[in-house]
Ligand binder design. Sequence first.
Ligand SMILES: Cc1cc2nc3c(=O)[nH]c(=O)nc-3n(C[C@H](O)[C@H](O)[C@H](O)COP(=O)(O)OP(=O)(O)OC[C@H]3O[C@@H](n4cnc5c(N)ncnc54)[C@H](O)[C@@H]3O)c2cc1C
Length: 423
Amino acid sequence: MINISRRTFTGFVGAAGALSALGLSGCGGGPRIVVVGGGFGGATAAKYVKRYLPSANVVLIDADKSHFTCPFSNTVIAGMNDMAFIERKFDALANKHGITVVTDLVVGIDPVSKAVKTKGGNTFNYDKLVVSPGIDLKWGALAGYDQAAAEIMPHAWKAGPQTMLLRKQIEAMPNGGVVAISAPGNPFRCPPGPYERASLIANYLKRNKPKSKILILDSKDAFAKDKLFKEGWEKMYDDIIEWVPAAKNGKVTRVDAKAGVLETDFEKIKPAVANVIPPQSAGAIAISTGLTDKSGFCPVNPNTFESTLVKDVFVIGDSCIAGDMPKSGYSASSQAKVAAGAIAAMVMGDKPAPMSAINTCYSLLAPDYGISVAGVYSVQDGKIAAIKGSGGVSPMGAPYQFRKKEADFAGGWYASISQDSWG
Ligand SMILES: Cc1cc2nc3c(=O)[nH]c(=O)nc-3n(C[C@H](O)[C@H](O)[C@H](O)COP(=O)(O)OP(=O)(O)OC[C@H]3O[C@@H](n4cnc5c(N)ncnc54)[C@H](O)[C@@H]3O)c2cc1C
């Protein structure tokens, strides 16, 4: 449990009183459920809590007016789609589902008075709180990589201006230039993401700047769906993509953004474009609330996603520690439904149902070449684990039609999860 200073505590209570008077918390007498973050986890949680508990006053707070999804952001970087394609608005949550949507940055959570405080000066009291702030980048964990460096060597690991910055750099680089992608060690958001990105950038380069190369400098020796990626690269991008594992000196240990240089233990590389994906932690608000452990992520009860450190606070999505479940949008949305069900059960005085969750991660290697990995999860020996025999990965050596179908499924998945979460 965390220590709250007396000053913070009384400050929260005062502002909360003011907002209650405005009718923003607790109106109508139903349970007050506040959700922080309107991404895959938060948007789904808000919608499903309201569905399971129609009398609840559900407030969804996101720092931005709309959410740009990371899924399909690699297609934007590779020039296949524009930013509007990955923009998700909150209008349907507010207008169709009766959720109070607030655009503001949450700057404090007080678990004693059960209040959420925003930068804009508002306070929201809760009975149950869902926290789904995604990841934050660990500035400085990779020597030389801070916010200023990210403006020169974009991470593009949160969709938005960084996505466009990377795309513009790739569009502006000369034919024959090298794009270097520095991939982090585990755990990180979207394990196959760096390799999908390399594939789609390679697809763009092949068509537009065929003398160019991509160097993946990896902090690991293996990665998600690696055999399938390598099979596709051999077929389509053999002369474009080079993957350098940690064992072959691939780990970037330092960057000098102003000089445009990436350093490994033995080499200095000066690519035309550097995409640096740094180590990550739970979202900053989860850290400042005391929801994280020394791993930088949030331990939760695997059946309900309630924090094991702070009562009545549920952490879902990239910020939580979810055993075998990868940090993906699909995981976040599946966890949101589990948490929403648990919250509804607790509010009604029932026992939450046993946890059951799913995930499928599609990756595109080209607009018409998709691969996937899927899993079904339950709690086994107190931890979230994949059910033996569930899910699986795409087969090796599949014909073109199979890969094309999986690419189509990826598009279908994206449309349907978008509708499920924000529609
Ligand atoms: C390149 C790339 C490709 C990916 N592709 C896929 C894919 O194909 N399939 C898949 O399933 N997953 C994919 N992912 C992973 C997916 O994006 C994340 O796992 C998912 O977004 C996690 O959901 P979340 O709710 O935890 O966080 P997010 O979706 O990031 O949402 C967090 C939200 O919280 C808000 N927020 C944060 N802090 C505050 C605060 N203090 N106050 C108010 N609001 C706040 C943010 O503005 C944001 O809207 C990809 C990721 C990347 C980087």
